[in-house]
Design a protein around this ligand. Structure first.
Ligand code: ZN
Length: 357
């Protein structure tokens, strides 16, 4: 078996063997991926430049994936599983956000999935409300890069405060409706930056009905980042975390230790996790290994090692499995919570509180 998956990646015998060996008996029958990006490339307003590709590895691996392709890929990578997604577009001003939101909302509905709308901080409450009123939309995906366009760097607003890109006016509306917010925290120092922790506590105090899901475990991809940030939020049972693109068993272990399996929600960050390879860690940094000659991939591993690569998606799932195993989180109900039930009950909660049409 050797089938095209997405972008430059294929799905091969290694991958199926990896699935059979590590995942088939462990993953539940029904899965929710609560963090994935879908987009039609026709909504791109500005082309990806060579300079941008060289600047940031995600720019090289990220190609917008359509709903049809996403559904086909999920059938291939999760054989015999029923997979639903919480889909959102690309939070990037190089795309037409409103056309993208419409595409995502309609495609999610057709797929039997749910969606979030991407919002700019400048948008008024009535504009955001109109998106939230559409069928299947559970909340919003804000992002600091949506504060203002910069053609040269994705990090012009990295040091912004949370309320700079998720303003209080929008939060009041989201609180009133019990809406879902997938929050990608700002700052080079990631979740552990004192301003992030302070603002998250303020958000929780002032807007307790918002379903707050902190993306990528607060961008804690390394063990030091995880341990300096996650314990600070352990005492608030109303904060949830998605696992998107984490991949590191030590970071998953820290999160599971701090929060247990009921506050963690599986998310992939696809399409980028269809990449083949592995991630390696040194202190507070990591390096992405892969088998395609991207700019960021100058130091290749030996061919016999590359030949053993599987999808980042599978590496991430195995990392989660290892972390669960080490912490004794082995009851099927606990694994189901992580991969389905936590997200499903929060979806239900949001839907129950939506205004009746
Ligand atoms: Zn993402």
């Amino acid at each position: 078996m050797n089938e095209p998956l997405y972008h430059v990646w294929r799905y091969n015998e290694n991958d199926r063997a990896f699935w059979d060996r590590h995942l088939e008996d462990w993953l539940p029958q029904r899965l929710i991926d609560a963090h994935m990006h879908v987009m039609d490339p026709r909504f791109r307003l500005f082309p990806m430049t060579e300079a941008m590709r060289q600047q940031y590895w995600v720019n090289e691996v990220f190609e917008p994936i359509s709903f049809a392709d996403a559904r086909r890929c999920y059938q291939l990578v999760f054989p015999n599983r029923e997979v639903r997604c919480l889909a959102f577009g690309v939070p990037d001003l190089a795309f037409d956000l409103e056309a993208g939101n419409r595409y995502v909302q309609e495609g999610a509905l057709e797929s039997g999935w749910n969606s979030l709308c991407v919002v700019r901080p400048q948008w008024g409450v009535e504009q955001v409300r109109a998106w939230l009123d559409l069928p299947g939309v559970l909340g919003v995906k804000p992002y600091y890069a949506l504060i203002g366009a910069s053609r040269d760097t994705r990090d012009a607003h990295l040091e912004a405060g949370i309320f700079d890109f998720l303003p209080h006016s929008q939060l009041e509306l989201l609180n009133e409706r019990h809406s879902w917010v997938t929050l990608h925290v700002p700052k080079a120092d990631r979740l552990g930056h004192p301003a992030n922790l302070r603002e998250i506590r303020e958000l929780r105090r002032r807007y307790p009905n918002v379903i707050l899901v902190i993306a990528h475990l607060g961008r804690c991809y390394t063990e030091p980042h995880a341990w300096e940030a996650l314990p600070a939020l352990a005492d608030d049972p109303g904060i949830y975390f998605d696992t998107a693109a984490v991949l590191n068993p030590a970071a998953h272990r820290a999160a599971l230790k701090c929060f247990g399996p009921r506050r963690i929600i599986y998310g992939s960050d696809n399409p980028i996790l269809f990449m083949r390879g592995r991630r390696q860690y040194a202190g507070r940094t990591y390096v992405n290994r892969t088998d395609h000659p991207f700019h960021f991939n100058r130091q290749r591993e030996a061919p016999e090692i590359e030949a053993q690569y599987t999808l980042y998606l599978y590496e991430d799932l195995l990392a989660l499995k290892q972390a669960c195993g080490e912490l004794g989180i082995t009851e099927p109900s606990q694994v189901r919570a992580l991969f389905h039930d936590n997200a499903a009950s929060l979806f239900d909660h949001v839907i129950r509180h939506q205004p009746k049409p």
